[in-house]
Write a new protein. Structure first.
Length: 194
């Protein structure tokens, strides 16, 4: 029985011999090309790590293990929590400030619209009062004209109206009433005269 001992040079020579790539429409893709397609076009240079592995007596690890997040110091975890809380507070304050700004602008807009309405109503009130004064003046001028038949007021001669008698017409001569509720009509007092 013969045993063959492989050396580091034989490993390198086997790795150097790559299989020939088949035609372009081949369904077989070499593993290295598939990895490059997944990871991106630029691959890191592992030549230094390969040399360290090939040298006897030295072992170098290619993968770097990241520290576990649960093993972070307490002060770092508290700072991260403070950062998250402050980010939430900043977003809330920003939203509150923007909403207050919007309400202020909206309120000022509404106030200016309502103020314009108020000014329009004041102007109309002035126009109406001026028109009523003009009408009063015209009525006074017409009352002074003797052709209208109006007499000036005299406080010594007031006009009194005599009230009508309580029974307007005799009970027998009343026309038949179409109202079904005659008793209810007597309960309502009607004025005797104006």
């Amino acid at each position: 029985m013969t045993a063959a001992i492989r050396s580091a040079d034989s490993r390198r020579s086997r790795a150097a011999r790559k299989p020939a790539v088949g035609p372009a429409n081949s369904k077989v893709t070499p593993i290295s090309r598939a990895r490059r397609a997944r990871t991106g076009p630029v691959l890191p240079d592992y030549s230094a790590a390969e040399q360290a592995l090939t040298e006897p007596g030295q072992s170098a690890s290619v993968l770097k293990v990241l520290p576990d997040r649960t093993l972070q110091p307490m002060w770092l975890r508290s700072l991260l929590r403070v950062q998250q809380a402050s980010s939430v507070m900043v977003v809330l304050l920003l939203g509150t400030a923007l909403s207050l700004y919007g309400l202020t602008v909206y309120g000022e807009q509404r106030w200016s619209q309502e103020y314009q309405k108020l000014e329009t109503l004041r102007l109309r009130e002035q126009q109406l009062s001026a028109a009523s004064e003009v009408l009063k003046h015209q009525l006074a001028k017409e009352a002074e004209n003797p052709e209208t038949g109006l007499a000036p007021q005299n406080p010594a001669a007031p006009i009194f109206l005599q009230p009508l008698p309580e029974s307007r017409s005799p009970a027998g001569t009343q026309p038949p009433n179409s109202e079904p509720d005659v008793a209810n009509r007597d309960a309502v007092k009607t004025p005797l005269g104006y």
